[in-house]
Design a protein. Structure first.
Length: 586
């Protein structure tokens, strides 16, 4: 049972909010806003448009539109037509876009007018959202049931195979109105910053609509950081957000009051650091901070924990208790419960558990299991692959992963999928991808054997073009061959020794020549956790990313009394060039 009793579909959930809040703003961006009644009418027209193109119950519809008010119009229109939305981030490279549309079996792609050329090569029919104007005043007449599919969400998969998770209406409804998650009010404004292909979007859209609140389409997190995060929250009147844990971990160490305007802040996707909680809670933030946990296969969230000052002073922040309706068990290899305090694997059951993986029946049977309890009752549960332990008070603490999957900047990544992406280039004779570093500083390192015709810079450029940004290795290490063990398997230990030798200074080192360069080498060594940074090094080539760049920007301006702008920093990522740019502002 949730806070939306009697509502079993997303279209029903939205209709309920339209009846209760017709004149309230439902969604806004920098250009326009729509009330609940207006959003209802515009999405009806999209639904009728899609029905005219043959979209019916459970037909997959690719969603490829700008992040704007139109995004919510399109999602609701697809569902009103009876379809299933397959949200494709417009920032994704062409190869991943084609994979998502092809693997999902999209019948139609709903996109912006004039974007047809971007979608060349897809077998789906291309329909422009703007064509809905011919269907104004008409309603889609599809019958939608709770057990019908609503969304296909892609994530990485075992053995490098992408997984297409099929979520049903009832899965998303159970999450959207769940009182165990951060609870929203009609007067709240939820900041929409996540990728539409990422499961945090469910909170930003569906939890907000369930509450009769407003979804505010914001610039991306790097853009918000560059413009001043707190100032942007105040400008847009944002009161609630769920952001990747890594954003909280990094941002509050440089600006503990960045989230001060928020009433509700949720963090999810990685390990929330107690030190970050201490910084946040000791500043001017007076809202509620939640540590949320849940794989996409159980619809975004299955546990949540309201972080206290006591948690911030401990060595670990719990992931909390199961949200309403969810069953969470900590089991051993024989699927038997472990004693409180002992480590086991997390299994999750309840209304949020997805239908399974599309067209991967064997993998679905492997990960979605019928688990008996002590009374003999059987519950369908998702095997998360995450390790946890339960405290004596019933609160759960995350321990780590049970398999090779890793979290990079809050995204789940299978190294095997990255390897497959690199090996498709004919000049890449072999590739092995490993995770290096810990926590927020975790990064991917690719060991590659290359044909002489391909250099590292060209390989990086291809990877940035064809892979999602969180899947692009931070470092490429060229090898004559991949070492193997006596059993003929990859010698991962030998590769890690190669990496350690490089990090210890095995590459050419150019000594800093000025005080600013010396300052920057020390700062980079601290932020990037590397030794002996030279003046010719590139910040992103050493494993930097946008959040570390944000921290660097704050430190430079504060400690050197500089007036460096964030765009200027991003245009000067080689250390010696950045030093010149910094000196020009002092």
């Amino acid at each position: 049972m949730t806070s939306t009793p009697g509502v079993g579909t997303l279209t029903g959930l939205f209709s309920r909010s339209v009846r209760l809040h017709p004149g309230r703003i439902a969604v806004s961006d920098d250009r326009r806003s729509l009330t609940y009644a207006e959003l209802d009418r515009e999405s009806d027209a999209v639904g009728a448009l899609l029905r005219s193109h043959g979209v019916g119950t459970e037909d997959r519809v690719g969603l490829y539109v700008d992040r704007s008010v139109q995004l919510l119009v399109a999602v609701l229109g697809i569902l009103k037509a009876g379809g299933v939305y397959v949200a494709v981030d417009t920032r994704y490279p062409e190869a991943r876009r084609h994979m998502m549309l092809g693997r999902s079996g999209a019948k139609v792609v709903l996109t912006e007018g004039g974007w047809e050329d971007r979608l060349g090569g897809t077998a789906a029919k291309i329909v422009a959202v703007s064509d809905r104007s011919a269907f104004e005043g008409r309603r889609a007449e599809a019958v939608v049931e709770p057990q019908h599919a609503a969304s296909v969400l892609f994530t990485s998969g075992s053995s490098g195979e992408p997984k297409a998770i099929v979520l049903e209406h009832r899965n998303l409804v159970s999450f959207a109105g769940n009182p165990g998650m951060p609870v929203l009010r009609p007067e709240d404004r939820t900041g929409q910053v996540s990728s539409v292909s990422f499961d945090a979007f469910h909170f930003e859209m569906w939890s907000t609509l369930a509450a009769g609140a407003r979804t505010v389409i914001l610039p991306t997190v790097p853009e918000l950081l560059a413009a001043g995060f707190r100032q942007q929250m105040e400008r847009y009147g944002i009161t609630a957000m769920v952001v990747p844990t890594m954003v909280v971990n990094h941002v509050v160490h440089e600006d503990q009051d960045a989230f001060a305007p928020l009433r509700v802040l949720g963090a999810g996707g990685d390990v929330l650091l107690p030190s970050a909680c201490r910084s946040l809670l000791s500043g001017s933030f007076t809202g509620s901070l939640y540590n949320c946990y849940g794989p996409a296969e159980i619809t975004t969230g299955c546990t949540a924990h309201l972080v206290t000052r006591e948690d911030a002073e401990s060595d670990v922040v719990p992931i909390g208790r199961p949200i309403e309706g969810a069953t969470v068990r900590v089991l051993d290899a024989g699927l038997r419960p472990v004693a409180p305090g002992e480590t086991g694997e997390l299994f999750v059951g309840g209304p949020g558990v997805a239908r399974g993986y599309q067209d991967q029946d064997d993998l679905t049977r492997e990960r979605f299991l019928d688990v008996p309890d002590e009374d003999g009752a059987v519950l369908r549960m998702y095997r998360t692959g995450d390790l946890a332990r339960q405290r004596a008070d019933g609160v759960l603490v995350f321990v780590g992963r049970a398999d090779d999957q890793v979290k990079i900047r809050g995204y789940r990544v299978e190294p095997g999928e990255v390897e497959r992406g690199l090996r498709r280039y004919p000049e890449v004779l072999e590739a092995v991808v490993l995770a290096d570093g810990e926590g927020n500083d975790r990064r991917l390192v690719a060991f590659v054997v290359l044909d002489a015709a391909l250099g590292v810079e060209e390989l990086r450029a291809r990877a940035e073009r064809d892979l999602a940004d969180f899947m692009v290795p931070s470092r490429f290490v060229v090898q004559d061959g991949i070492p193997v063990t006596v059993n003929g398997k990859r010698d991962v230990d030998a590769l890690r020794e190669v990496l350690a030798a490089q990090q210890a200074g095995g590459t050419a080192y150019a000594e800093p020549r000025s005080e600013t360069e010396r300052y920057l080498t020390g700062l980079w060594e601290e932020l990037l956790n590397v030794e002996q940074v030279g003046r010719d090094e590139d910040f992103f080539g050493l494993g930097g990313h946008s959040l570390l760049a944000f921290r660097m920007h704050h430190r430079i301006n504060r400690e050197l009394d500089a007036r460096l702008t964030f765009p200027t920093l991003l245009d000067n990522t080689v250390l010696k060039d950045l030093a010149v740019a910094v000196d020009a502002t002092r």
